[in-house]
Design a protein around this ligand. Structure first.
Ligand code: NAI
Ligand code: MG
Length: 358
């Protein structure tokens, strides 16, 4: 009695998704057994591109109801070479994130022990960021249309949507995130020089919410200048908030600067707690390495740690990351990090390390 027990939805989906999610489940199961403080029960869903080819859609009618019955979601990646990317992304991932109002996408980046940054002068203390991505509207609101397709006068629009509700809540979330970190520093990324409506409104909402956080230092930066700052002055950055599109791009850059896209985690959070949140590595289905057993599972391990922290088990999350870094530090790494270990070898070493530490 009183022992927490969580139902975790597992949606491995496509490409290397199943390889990294099964590695993640193995590590989480080992951790839960070793700690003996809480139970994790995984419920597996076979939604993905194979399901789509069979049923003509990515999700069954009751999908959201079934997910709402879970405490959290562990997601792999969606996308297949024979299906247009907008069909797969909107069919599965966005079809979960948007209705479940997982409006805060959180992407921490730091250089793990044993991993080096491609930036020659960047040490571990110079790069420790959290990028907060607006995850419900903006450029990915799905607002737009196509007319006269295949005619010389074809036209397509993709309208960015910025609502006061949407922008204020992500700004508040970002200021809270910045406040919770030692440096209490937030950079608001914008493009209000060229995009004079939506982005100017974004800036106005930022200024309004900033007034609620006098203890947080904040600055504003145009997104193009932000890319150079990330490369040339990484130590000046702490917490960052950006739109759906801008943060999508900046966070891939951030992952690469920390060593590889294969290590980076994402949390898709519903901060209200009304719906389960979803945790996934930031990478996609990586067709080029699917089935080779060389996918880096660290992004999924880190995402799993973020999931435990969100569920209230911060110490377990720290222990998981300590184990991961103890392993990367010994040089056990996959090809993308310059190593020669397979997914299963990294996974087994992390499990051994967990058992050793507990
Ligand atoms: P990607 O992330 O799948 O691959 C980019 C490059 O990084 C590839 O060379 C790949 O081998 C490498 N890579 C990615 N993850 C890795 C890992 N864990 N270990 C080692 N190397 C890794 O991005 P790409 O090629 O743009 O997209 C492929 C498919 O994935 C597309 O269908 C795309 O729409 C989808 N996608 C899905 C996402 C999601 O489900 N959240 C996110 C990004 C892309
Ligand atoms: Mg992306």
């Amino acid at each position: 009695p009183g022992r927490p027990s969580y139902k975790i939805a597992s949606i491995p989906a496509d490409g290397i998704g199943p390889e990294v999610v099964s590695a993640g489940i193995q590590v989480l199961t080992t951790l839960a057994q070793a700690l003996d403080e809480f139970d994790l029960n995984f419920e597996h869903f076979d939604w993905g591109s194979a399901y789509y080819r069979e049923h003509g859609r990515y999700l069954p009618d009751d999908a959201l109801e079934r997910l709402k019955g879970c405490n959290a979601i562990l997601f792999g990646a969606v996308g297949a070479p024979d299906i247009p990317d907008h069909i797969s992304l909107w069919g599965l991932r966005l079809a979960i994130c948007q209705p479940l109002q997982q409006y805060a996408n959180v992407r921490p980046t730091r250089i793990l022990r044993g991993i080096s940054s491609p930036l020659s002068n960047c040490s571990r203390k110079d790069l420790d960021w959290v990028i907060v991505r607006e995850n419900s509207e903006g450029e990915y609101a799905g607002h737009g249309g196509t007319s006269h397709l295949n005619e010389a006068w074809s036209v397509a629009t993709e309208v960015s949507i910025f609502t006061r509700h949407g922008v204020e809540r992500i700004m508040r979330f970002a200021f809270e995130m910045a406040r919770s970190r030692p440096r209490k520093k937030l950079t608001i990324v914008t493009k209000s020089n060229a995009q004079r409506n939506g982005m100017v409104f974004w800036d106005l909402c930022a200024v309004k919410i900033a007034a609620e956080y006098p203890d947080v230092h904040w600055d504003k930066m145009l997104v193009d200048a932000m890319t150079t700052r990330m490369v040339l002055h990484p130590e000046t950055i702490d917490t960052v908030v950006a739109t759906n599109l801008h943060a999508d791009i900046l966070s891939d850059l951030a992952a690469a600067l920390a060593g590889s896209i294969g290590i980076a985690p994402t949390s898709n959070l519903d901060p209200t707690g009304a719906n389960p949140s979803m945790f996934e590595p930031i990478h996609g289905s990586a067709f080029d390495i699917t089935g080779k057993g060389i996918a880096n599972p660290v992004g999924t391990f880190w995402s799993s740690a973020e999931m435990l922290a969100w569920l209230g088990h911060r110490e377990a999350a720290n222990l998981l990351m300590e184990s991961v870094e103890n392993v990367t530090e010994t040089g056990i790494k996959t090809l993308d990090l310059g190593g020669n270990n397979k997914t299963v070898e990294v996974t087994e070493r992390v499990c051994q390390e967990i058992e050793r530490l507990v």
